[in-house]
Design a protein around this ligand. Structure first.
Ligand code: HEC
Length: 154
């Protein structure tokens, strides 16, 4: 695949120019990080549904959702945010270049999410009224990172 790309670039007379990163080089990385975000949204949605009463409160389900958020927060993030996989370099992502300009800030936002998820996991089985604070705690960390590091929806 790569050899073909280079050969094509050479044939097109582009060999001396920097070969731009190709979205498919980052396919697995994008699927993995966007997939983990979907898992987070689904499980936050379960807690949100129960908090609003759209979904009947169930302590076991709430615990499972919060535990899943904690588990996702423990996934090694380093390989998922590879340099060159920002939205200015490749298609198919909303990751802003700012992530790589401020990796420490990005990591800190991920840690904050993990801490909020852990705090939620310690309370959500206590009853429906525990869900609101847990939800706001976690939701605030999603929002903070998205505002700083994710392309806004157009
Ligand atoms: C440390 C930063 C950070 C935190 C914390 C974070 N996100 Fe994200 N999220 C991102 C970035 C960056 C993207 C864009 C990823 C991409 O397009 O490659 C994203 C994308 C998403 C997407 C779109 C996925 C797709 O299919 O393209 C969803 C949904 C999402 N986040 C939900 C959440 C939820 C829910 C939380 C909190 C429980 C959360 N995120 C916490 C940074 C974060």
């Amino acid at each position: 695949m790569k050899a073909t790309t280079i050969a094509l670039a050479a044939a097109a007379g582009l060999a001396s120019a920097a070969v731009p990163a190709l979205a498919q080089d980052f396919d697995a990385v994008l699927k993995a990080r966007q997939g983990e975000m979907r898992i987070m949204a689904i499980n936050l949605g379960i807690l949100g549904g129960m908090a609003r009463g759209n979904l009947e409160y169930n302590a076991e389900m709430a615990q499972a959702a919060a535990d899943t958020l904690v588990a996702v927060s423990q996934i090694n993030q380093r390989p998922l945010w590879r340099e060159g996989s920002d939205n200015m370099s490749i298609d198919g992502t909303k990751a802003l270049p700012m992530i790589w300009d401020d990796m420490a800030g990005f990591r800190a936002d991920w840690v904050a999410f993990g801490e909020a998820a852990a705090a939620a996991a310690a309370t959500v089985a206590n009853g429906q009224e525990a869900l609101g604070p847990a939800l706001r705690g976690i939701g605030g960390t999603c929002q903070a990172c998205h505002e700083a590091f994710r392309e806004a929806d157009s």
